[in-house]
Design a protein around this ligand. Structure first.
Ligand SMILES: Cc1ncc(COP(=O)(O)O)c(C=O)c1O
Length: 451
């Protein structure tokens, strides 16, 4: 990467902030992904744009260099940014042409590789993003069963089938609030979809059983992540599998975030429960758009009886990147590395929090840790932590996605910085002036209209 400019005080170079202000006047919501809004980290201070990235280092659009100890492209770059092997494969594909009238052979090679890794699956379809791949899976399940209703747990994207859960049935417009992202507005989703997406809680088999009692004969699919923050309780996933079989519903595992990260292939392989469909995106192709819907033939063949088709699902970069990424992950135990990195970071942070009496609250699997404070001023404390880390050249937010590019040295440098900052956080709590130290507004906690 080019040499970054000498670090300048956060306020000196603000072209990125100016550009983001312009963006908000041109692009409703500012960014294309809620999780990349600077307002979710530190409004007016978090660098909105980058010029280069490699490994876990980013040079922002104002030339400042950072180590990314935050969301790593929201989990898309498990091998690290701009991985040399993936980049080389993609560049070769681009130089040979990545789009034309004919199909790319890599998509067949990738299908073979995915089926080899998942012996329970026989067929594969592709998309390019997680949410659309989930919409494909739901469409296939509905086509297969001839039914409409979906029982789900967790977050699965922005599409109508999912947001329909927040369409008030009997006035309840907050059914998604317990499912990762609170406050998702369903405006624009047809009210006719009310009642077609029914949520249940993770590890709450009785809630799914109640849905099946009431709607079993209308149930097309049960859609869930095999895990998000905690492991399944003994018998939970097996119970879900059994309830699906009894109701004749398709079991869809969403491996978009946890897949490859917690186990090569999907985390369902670790838990020993096989779905009818599994969906992969994000880390499957390390930063290049790609998504795969894999499944049992008797379910997937329903894709032939429903129109599911898109031009850019045929381009060649996605499958090429996925092949290079998966082959690299077959050579290196990435789940073991990211678990070790996440465990080191958590142990260090907990020790520092204990030392200064800061009410730290970590959650999630070590490879995907969420960072909060068990305090009424949680949002202000999170923002102050982020702002002070920015001043030390480290990106940190409310989540840490470990990657293959993170080393023990990165973690130790992060912990050395956290040691200084937690001393101040404790002092700020004692003085009652956390928000006053931030130098800007407190971070937003979720989906909100931007001014
Ligand atoms: C479990 C899960 N499903 C679906 C999605 C949506 O994927 P995408 O943002 O690529 O549309 C996400 C994104 O965070 C996710 O975590």
């Amino acid at each position: 990467m080019e040499t970054a400019k000498q670090r300048s005080p956060v306020s000196a170079e603000r072209r990125g902030q100016d550009l983001y202000r312009l963006a908000k006047s041109l692009i409703p919501g500012g960014t294309q992904l809620l999780s990349k809004r600077p307002e979710l980290f530190a409004p007016n201070q978090w660098p909105p744009y980058y010029s280069q990235c490699r490994g876990c280092e980013i040079v922002d659009s104002d030339g400042r260099r950072y180590v990314d100890m935050s969301i790593m492209g929201i989990g898309s770059c498990l091998l690290g940014y701009n991985d040399p092997d993936v980049t080389a494969a993609v560049v070769r594909r681009v130089q040979n042409g990545s789009m034309c009238t004919l199909n790319n052979p890599e998509e067949v090679e990738l299908a073979r590789l995915l089926i080899e890794l998942h012996p329970w699956a026989e067929n594969v379809r592709y998309a390019r993003t997680g949410g659309e791949a989930m919409a494909v899976a739901v469409r296939i399940a509905r086509a297969r069963t001839g039914r409409d209703t979906i029982a789900f747990c967790g977050y699965h994207g922005w599409h109508d089938w999912y947001l329909a859960a927040n369409r008030p049935a009997g006035g309840q417009a907050d059914q998604l609030d317990g499912h990762l992202l609170p406050g998702l507005a369903p405006n624009g989703v047809p009210s006719q979809l009310t009642g077609t997406a029914l949520p249940f809680g993770y590890n709450q088999l009785d809630q799914l059983a109640a849905i099946i009692d009431g709607h079993g004969s209308e149930l097309a699919a049960v859609v869930m992540e095999p895990t998000r923050r905690v492991d399944p309780q003994s018998g939970f996933l097996e119970g879900v599998r059994e309830l699906c079989d009894r109701a004749g519903a398709v079991l869809v595992f969403d491996e978009i975030t946890v897949g490859w990260r917690l186990a090569l292939g999907g985390v369902h392989m670790r838990y020993g429960v096989e779905p009818d469909i599994a969906v992969f995106a994000k880390a499957i192709s390390n930063g290049h758009p790609m998504a795969a819907i894999i499944g049992r033939s008797n379910v997937m063949q329903a894709a032939q009886d429903s129109f599911i088709s898109s031009t850019y699902w045929t381009e060649g970069v996605g499958p090429t990147a996925a092949l290079a990424t998966i082959r690299k992950m077959q050579q290196i135990d990435v789940p073991a590395h990211v678990a070790a990195i996440g465990t080191r970071l958590r142990a260090g942070l907990e020790e520092i929090a204990h030392k200064y009496g800061v009410p730290l609250a970590l959650a999630g699997h070590p490879a995907v840790t969420t960072i909060a404070f068990d305090h009424p001023e949680n949002l202000a404390l999170q923002t102050l932590f982020t702002v002070r880390m920015l001043g030390r050249g480290i990106l940190t937010g409310v989540g840490f996605y470990a990657s293959l590019a993170h080393t023990e040295e990165h973690v130790d440098a992060y912990l050395a910085a956290a040691d200084e900052i937690f001393d101040e956080l404790a002092e700020a709590v004692r003085q009652g002036d956390v928000a006053g130290r931030i130098g800007g507004p407190v971070r937003h906690s979720g989906f909100a209209r931007l001014a």
